[in-house]
Ligand binder design. Structure first.
Ligand SMILES: [Zn+2]
Length: 240
């Protein structure tokens, strides 16, 4: 991968040529910088240097992000858990052993272990978010229509039809932060904007919402767990 050093910081970059775009742009994929253009550009390094302030700022942000998955560790309700993979020829399953801070994934192969994990996160988030959202909605005299869980970049959404949706990683956040996300969407049942009135409702539940919001932005909602087969035949989780 080509690299370039700016103010003593080494930045890896990848050039990506895409015929479906019009303008050249820079963006980060985790800590890798992508130079995306319609045609191959002559001087990608010159372009990066021209935008050095933007690049350094976003690189620092990417570096400070908290990732949910790393090697055989996973964040569960904000706490680091060990992931234990077990080869199992039956129906894949995921279970959480809070006493030993371990998550056990049983599956016949890597692919189904990954599917089982994603499904588990979705199911747990749905259970948790539905219960919390109903309670909080009741507390402000509102009702919710439905709760959905999706794998998106956003942590939560609420539309004018009173339908809520949440990111399937919600259950992996520390509880005070996931509660803030739920309160935020519930407050939109009353105010479909981010007005003073809106923040007042949020502040009733979380006086420290500014701090919680800042913490939330450090968590990487886009990372995907990928399970690969290790050469020794054991299941291995590889996260990208
Ligand atoms: Zn909002």
């Amino acid at each position: 991968m080509p690299e370039l050093t700016i103010n003593g910081i080494k930045i890896d970059y990848i050039e990506s040529v895409r015929s479906d775009i019009r303008n050249t742009y820079l963006r980060f994929d985790e800590t890798k910088l992508l130079v995306v253009s319609r045609k191959r550009i002559r001087d990608p390094q010159g372009l990066i240097l021209k935008h050095r302030n933007w690049v350094l700022k976003h690189y620092a942000h990417e570096r400070s992000k908290i990732r949910f998955f790393s090697e055989n560790r996973i964040l569960w309700q904000g706490v680091e858990y060990k992931v234990e993979r077990q080869l199992y020829m039956g129906r894949p399953s995921v279970s959480v052993d809070s006493e030993n801070s371990t998550m056990v994934i049983k599956a016949p192969d890597a692919k189904s272990a990954n599917v089982a994990l994603e499904r588990y996160l979705k199911r747990e988030t749905l259970k948790y978010a539905t219960a919390e959202a109903s309670i909080r909605a009741g507390m402000i005299g509102e009702q919710i229509k439905s709760v959905r869980v999706r794998k998106t970049k956003r942590w939560g959404a609420c539309n004018s039809r009173r339908m809520l949706s949440f990111n399937s990683f919600l259950c992996m956040l520390p509880q005070n932060i996931s509660e803030y996300v739920i309160t935020h969407e519930i407050a939109h049942l009353k105010e479909l904007n981010h007005s003073k009135k809106f923040w007042k409702i949020v502040g009733r539940f979380h006086p420290d919402y500014k701090e919680l919001r800042a913490q939330l932005h450090r968590y990487d909602s886009t990372q995907r767990p990928v399970v690969a087969q290790a050469p020794n035949g054991q299941l291995d989780l590889e996260f990208i």
